[in-house]
Design a binder for this molecule. Structure first.
Ligand SMILES: [Fe+2]
Length: 248
């Protein structure tokens, strides 16, 4: 079970983890060590659909590699980095704590981003994907106010996705606070959305998300992914009804 808010807060503020026991940690495995310190051991979330459920738009091969290998690696490396960080904290090794910040940001962000991504996808032709206006009436109405319509939003979002240089993510976010305006933002590498923005939907623009199927046809991936966007999940996030705020 993942405490999403705590990790996101840590990545946002780059604040130190809670202090831990000064006992030697080297002989304990990662889960035992994190548990003893009262820290969360992050785990790979199950997909809410089968690996081949998004075909033909995203192949089963991509989904399995992306989830079971890439996302699992982010989780494994995040837990290892947190153990190293907690050890450095217990030992008062500030230099080591500083050196681990980037690893925690990268792998923690990777875990958060992919957990959000799986849930904002669903099989094509279902109640979640087929009719955005029916699945996400409040969100689609707000998109109409901001961009003039769903087609215009898709065009703007697609341009943002294709404008990403190197690896990164494109997001539709809702600003927190009164008004809650929708915005399109991009994040570099595995940086998550932080700082007064709630991710409504995200699209992974790393090559591992599409290359085995689309090769260099990035525009076709961006066009086809609309067939598998889960608008019900997006509506829940937009309306603040998503349980992802506390647990993933
Ligand atoms: Fe990815």
């Amino acid at each position: 079970m993942v405490n999403f808010n705590n990790l996101l807060q840590y990545l946002s503020l780059q604040s130190p983890l809670p202090s831990s026991s000064s006992a030697s940690l080297s002989n304990l495995n990662i889960t035992e060590t994190l548990t003893k310190m009262g820290l969360t051991t992050y785990t790979l979330p199950s997909l809410p659909y089968a690996y081949d459920a998004l075909e033909p738009h995203i192949s089963a091969q991509i989904m399995e590699l992306h989830h079971a290998r890439h996302h699992q690696a982010y989780v494994t490396n995040l837990n290892a980095a947190l153990v190293s960080h907690a050890t450095a904290l217990a030992e008062g090794d500030v230099a080591a704590q500083i050196s681990l910040q980037q690893a925690i940001r990268f792998h923690g962000g990777g875990h958060i981003n992919h957990s959000l991504f799986w849930r904002n996808l669903a099989p094509a032709g279902t109640a979640e994907t087929a009719d955005p206006a029916q699945a996400a009436p409040e969100l689609v109405a707000e998109i109409g106010k901001v961009w003039g319509g769903l087609a215009e939003f898709k065009k703007a979002f697609g341009a943002a996705l294709l404008g990403i240089q190197g690896s990164g993510w494109g997001w539709l976010v809702k600003e927190t606070g009164e008004g809650g305006r929708l915005r399109i933002v991009t994040t570099k590498d595995q940086d998550p959305v932080v700082g007064g923005q709630v991710p409504v939907l995200g699209v992974d623009m790393w090559e591992h998300a599409y290359y085995l199927q689309y090769l260099n046809g990035k525009a076709a991936y961006v066009e086809n992914i609309w067939n598998v966007i889960n608008w019900k999940t997006a509506e829940e996030r937009f309306a603040g009804r998503s349980e992802e705020k506390t647990e993933l």
